[in-house]
Every structure is written in structure tokens, then in C-alpha cells.
Design a protein around this ligand. Structure first.
Ligand SMILES: [Zn+2]
Length: 310
């Protein structure tokens, strides 16, 4: 893995293999999520379009400069705003995802942006006043996140996916192929990943985070554990997470451990007759206590609690 010269305030580049590059979101930029750039030989694929058009404009420019051809395909891993709000910076591409992701973007993306923009100023005040449970690195990331939301044009149009994967879709180029795949919904109701079989590199969106608490509030921990098992069976040399640095197979099993811990803690709270409010006092297990996004933990545990069978 080689660091390439920094092309943007919103991300840095890491070369994972010949023709395959990770764009890792900088802490204080407007990218927030990581993206992948894959050179198929005669066309280019970008995986996830980041939080803002500003980051996505840079991403497209860099992808085309690195590979020497226009971006032909953009993959949307799921409907969350930090992975799709840059879609409009990729005109005349095919946007690949599931039908379900298209429906979710169509139903929710504009409303979510509007609501994020309404609360961003207060969110920044709360952050600066120390009212959010956030360490120093979290504070930098949240500041970039909220400023990115404020810098996003009101009423931004977010083009919808127009090419659909049901199980596996193979994008074939003159140099290599990329599998766009779905195993269902784990982090969100429908999650899409991409996999380069030649180099065993997986682009996982928010199905993986490395050194960051994942966001489980909209997800299904038990399904998620199963999906990560299917990803591991593909054989993974490098795994690009939605948040955090590039990982290995061991990082995927660590996230499975995190999700299992949530289910275990939720079950034990239920057995002890605790209520949802009591979950706020459950400490973060020590193996995950130095991860970023620590304020997600209580919400994640509450989600696991809500999903326990009656
Ligand atoms: Zn997400």
C-alpha cells in the first residue's frame, strides 16, 4: 500500500494495487466516507460519492487523472447521505446499486439533507460547547461533517441509481473485472459491496468500519454478522471500510465481534429486566473503548435491544 500525493483537502489517496486506489476521507474535510477508484482498463469505476459535491468533484477529477479515462460507473453502497450526496458530480455515468437502495434514496435522501441542514448550526454549537460525547478526533470529524452539510447547496439534486444488482453484477474491462454484489441488508436495509477477485480487494461501504464505532441505528446486527461471514469467504486481502483506515480480514472479524457483543449485552440487559433507558449506562467494552464515534454506542445497543425477539 503506497500513499500518493494529496490531491484534495477532503481525502488522501492510498494505492492498494495497480489500478486500484482508496480515497480515505480526511478528518476535517467534507468527504466523511471513504471511496474507491477502480481502473477496469478501458473505463473507471468509483465506489461511493462522499458527503458533498465539493469532495465528489475532486474525487471525479482525481479518478480520471489517475486512470486516464472517464468514470463510467458509480456504485452506491447504500442510501445514507455521506455515501451518495456527491452523485451529481458524476454526470453521464451509470449509477449501480439495488432497486431497494434506489427506493430509499428516492424516499429519504432529500428530506434527510433538509433536516441535516436545519440542525447543522445547533449541532456545531453543541459540539463546540462540549455537549456531544466526542473525543478530540471525533470533534474534528464532526466539525468537518457539519461544515460540509452547511456548504452543500440547498435542494441539491441527488441522481438515483439506474443499473441494478440482484445478487452479483460483473463489470468487465480490458484489464480486470469488478463484482458488484449484495448479500442483503446489515448496516442498512440494503447494502451493496464491490469485490475485485484478481486482487482480493473488497469495497465494503459501512458494512465495515475500522477503528470507528459502526452505525447500527438503521441496521440488523444478526444479518450483518452473516453478511460479513459471506464477505470473508470471498477471501479478502484488503478491505476498504466506509470509515477508518484500510483494513484486513481481521478487521472484518473484529466488527463481527463488536456486533456479537451488542447482541450479547442487549440480551443480558433484557434478562436483568432493564429498560431501554438503562442502556445508556452500559460501558463500552474495553476492546472498542478507544474507537471514534463513541456516541454511536448507546444508540447501537438500543437498536440491538429493540430487535430482540419478544
Ligand atoms: Zn451508512
Amino acid at each position: 500500500m503506497t500513499d500518493l500525493a494529496s490531491p484534495s483537502p477532503h481525502f488522501r489517496l492510498e494505492r492498494l494495487a495497480e489500478g486500484i486506489t482508496a480515497a480515505i476521507a480526511t478528518d476535517d474535510g467534507f468527504g466523511l466516507c471513504n471511496s474507491g477508484i477502480i481502473d477496469l482498463g478501458d473505463s473507471t469505476v468509483v465506489f461511493d460519492s462522499m458527503l458533498t459535491p465539493q469532495a465528489a468533484d475532486d474525487l471525479r477529477r482525481v479518478a480520471e487523472r489517475l486512470t486516464g479515462h472517464p468514470v463510467a460507473y458509480l456504485v452506491n453502497s447504500h442510501y445514507h447521505g455521506d455515501h451518495i450526496r456527491g452523485n451529481g458530480s458524476f454526470p453521464s455515468v451509470r449509477i449501480v446499486s439495488t432497486q431497494k437502495v434506489r427506493e430509499l434514496i428516492d424516499e429519504r435522501a432529500a428530506k434527510a439533507l433538509e433536516s441535516d441542514q436545519r440542525s447543522a448550526v445547533t449541532d456545531i454549537e453543541d459540539l463546540r460547547a462540549g455537549r456531544l460525547s466526542a473525543g478530540p478526533r471525533d470533534r474534528r470529524i464532526f466539525e468537518g461533517w457539519f461544515q460540509g452539510i452547511l456548504a452543500t447547496p440547498r435542494g441539491l439534486l441527488i441522481p438515483l441509481p439506474d443499473m441494478f444488482v440482484e445478487d452479483r453484477l460483473v463489470l468487465r474491462g480490458t484489464k480486470r473485472e469488478l463484482w458488484v454484489m449484495t448479500f442483503g441488508g446489515g448496516h442498512s436495509p440494503s447494502d451493496v459491496l464491490a469485490y475485485c477477485p484478481e486482487k482480493r480487494i473488497a469495497f465494503l461501504g459501512d458494512l465495515l468500519s475500522v477503528g470507528f464505532h459502526p452505525s447500527v441505528g438503521d441496521g440488523f446486527p444478526t444479518e450483518w454478522i452473516r453478511i460479513l461471514g459471506s464477505v470473508r469467504r470471498l477471501g479478502v486481502h484488503w478491505a476498504l471500510p466506509g470509515h477508518g483506515s484500510v483494513g484486513r480480514e481481521g478487521d472484518i472479524s473484529t466488527l463481527q465481534d463488536y456486533l456479537r457483543a451488542l447482541v450479547r449485552l442487549a440480551n443480558s440487559a433484557r434478562r436483568q429486566g432493564q429498560t431501554r433507558a438503562d442502556l445508556n449506562s452500559v460501558p463500552i467494552p474495553s476492546e472498542f473503548s478507544d474507537w471514534c464515534f463513541r456516541l454511536f454506542f448507546a444508540e447501537n445497543l438500543a437498536r440491538a435491544f429493540d430487535l430482540l425477539p419478544a
